[in-house]
Design a protein around this ligand. Structure first.
Ligand code: GLN
Length: 560
């Protein structure tokens, strides 16, 4: 028989909402801080989901330039989302979905669609209440998915013009669901000024004032800084910003991002927030063991291995954030410190003249769109094939490997993708035939999870350890089935295909240590404590090379 319902159980019936806002500056690591809190709450046995509300007007980040905005993170259900969702998934180890990211553009689209349908008939449609209601509806739906806690990060910083409806919506939200069910966390910067040798609280005061002017008094202030915040300084922030001293949390720069949950837990953040939400922390003891084990693994990852990423957006490493993280995760597994070097694809032909790719133990050719640097990527794929250099091709990477084999081994001179050369004689990569509405740039891609059958005994089947896999996709083009026999006659193996056998999903080259391509984006599914099998194998093969080769090559210095 069930015992009496304790007040804690009763409180848990109600979903709790934690809102993260940021002040002072962007890029303070709001997403990582929110993710870290999510992990701590999960370590306490709570069911957690997360969401990012982005005030920009694009309907989703799918159409944004990765060079400006960083990677587009793809969810299982094909959402093209903000890269912070990648942090969320990696930290809380839960798959998120399209609804886990909403922008001003998306919110307005649904308000306008409702207006056209006549849902507001007779009313003047306004930011308050219609847009704010739409935002609140979006948040509330997340709370109806059987979770205990919804963590919502508001993108941008308080004071931005576009953020106002979001701040207003989350302010109202507390009235709607009750004070004890909402906690506001505000992240600020406490800079250290060298000349005066002091940490400054003024930016924090100003940004809290700005938040208050919109009607929100934060429950917790997380202070980012490059050094610990003294108790005296915390007392000052506590007094001026009107929060208890225990609610001023010092989030000092961590040696690696996986330490952040431990740093925040030391500061008492999770316990304080649970108290504020009237969830008894002692009823949910924390088990940090597995996460501490991960951090030990990260710290013990010292075997150097050098991986080159041959890309287009190499000036903004965030453009390939999940690829970098997946490489690191693979490194943790092998006890390896993965040193990543960015190679601008267009420079590869020059580098090859100087034997410049010799310094690498492995290569990744990541996903991408557009022609720039393609010939360099093809040259890199060829070099890797001819020199037994481990290579993993992701999406566009696979397509480049197909073009390379077509030209070098299948005798298909001038073979290309129709994406880069509409009139090519040998379109070995072509548009998928289910192409629809090409005018809608946001809606023409094969997006989200699709499964593939792997060839028994192949390198990829051995890596995965299963013969049916599911990976996330984001592409318009595919291997042209008309050329498949000619390609396979060269020795290339199409080691994974779609369930109907039509689409090539994985390729490999028997006899090569690791020359593997996938039409998917496996990087999105890698987790720090569960490295993705293909990245694990790539780094494993690269380590063999690193540790068996002439160490003098490491002195060649940076390339690119
Ligand atoms: N541009 C290629 C396509 O659309 C590859 C896409 C990608 O790498 N994500 O098929």
């Amino acid at each position: 028989m069930d015992g009496p319902v304790t007040s804690d159980q009763a409180a848990r019936r109600q979903t709790k909402y934690i809102f993260f806002t940021g002040g002072v500056s962007s890029s303070l690591g709001k997403g990582l801080t929110a993710s870290s809190l999510g992990r701590l709450l999960k370590c306490r046995g709570l069911r957690v989901t997360m969401c990012k509300l982005d005030p920009y007007i694009n309907v989703d980040p799918g159409t944004m330039n990765p060079f400006e905005h960083g990677e587009v993170f793809v969810t299982e259900d094909g959402g093209e989302t903000d890269l912070d969702l990648g942090h969320y998934e990696r930290f809380i180890d839960e798959n998120l979905h399209k609804g886990s990211n909403a922008t001003t553009g998306r919110i307005y689209s649904s308000v306008i669609a409702k207006e056209r349908r006549g849902d507001y008939l007779g009313k003047t449609v306004q930011v308050i209440p219609h847009v704010t209601d739409e935002i609140k509806h979006h948040i509330r739906k997340l709370g109806e998915t059987g979770v205990d806690v919804v963590i919502v990060e508001i993108g941008g910083t308080v004071g931005d013009i576009e953020i106002v409806p979001f701040i207003e919506a989350i302010r109202q939200f507390r009235r709607d669901v009750g004070r004890e069910n909402v906690c506001y966390v505000h992240l600020t910067l406490v800079p250290y000024l060298g000349p005066s040798g002091e940490q400054k609280t003024k930016p924090t005061q100003h940004s809290v004032t700005e938040l208050r002017s919109r009607g929100i008094q934060p429950n917790v202030i997380v202070c980012r800084s490059d050094r610990m915040i003294s108790d005296d300084l915390k007392r000052k922030i506590s007094l001026l910003c009107d929060v208890p001293i225990e609610a001023v949390v010092s989030a000092v720069d961590a040696a690696n991002i996986y330490q952040i949950p431990l740093v925040l837990h030391e500061e008492g953040l999770d316990a304080y927030i649970m108290d504020a939400l009237e969830v008894d922390p002692s009823a949910h003891p924390i088990d940090l063991g597995p996460w501490e084990h991960l951090v030990e693994q990260v710290e013990a990852a010292v075997r150097p291995v050098r991986i080159g990423i041959i890309g287009k957006y190499v000036d903004l490493p965030d453009a390939y954030l999940s690829v970098v993280e997946a490489l690191r995760h693979a490194g943790f597994h092998h006890g390896a410190r993965v040193e990543i070097e960015w190679v601008q694809a267009a420079t590869v032909p020059d580098l090859l003249d100087r034997d410049g790719l010799k310094v690498f133990d492995g290569l990744v050719i990541p996903g991408g769109f557009g022609e720039r640097g393609i010939e360099g990527k093809i040259a890199a794929a060829r070099y890797a094939r001819e020199h037994e250099l481990p290579l993993l091709g992701l999406c566009l990477g696979l397509q480049v490997m197909i073009i390379e084999v077509s030209r070098s081994l299948a005798g298909l001179q001038g073979a290309n993708s129709r994406e880069f050369e509409a009139t090519t004689r040998h379109p070995v990569i072509d548009l998928m035939d289910e192409q629809v509405d090409v005018a809608d740039k946001g809606g023409t891609m094969r997006l989200g999870s699709y499964s593939a059958r792997l060839a028994p005994g192949s390198q990829v089947a051995r890596a995965y350890g299963v013969e049916v896999v599911s990976e996330r996709h984001r592409h318009r083009y595919e291997v042209n089935p008309r050329y498949r026999d000619q390609l396979e006659a060269t020795g290339l193996v199409c080691s994974g295909v779609s369930p109907d056998g039509r689409l090539v999903e994985f390729i490999e080259l028997p006899g090569h240590p690791f020359w593997v391509g996938t039409q998917a984006h496996p990087e999105f599914k890698s987790r720090p404590d569960q490295p993705h099998p293909l990245f694990r194998e790539l780094v494993g093969a690269a380590l063999v090379r690193a540790e068996g080769r002439d160490p003098r090559l490491l002195d060649l210095g940076a390339v690119g």
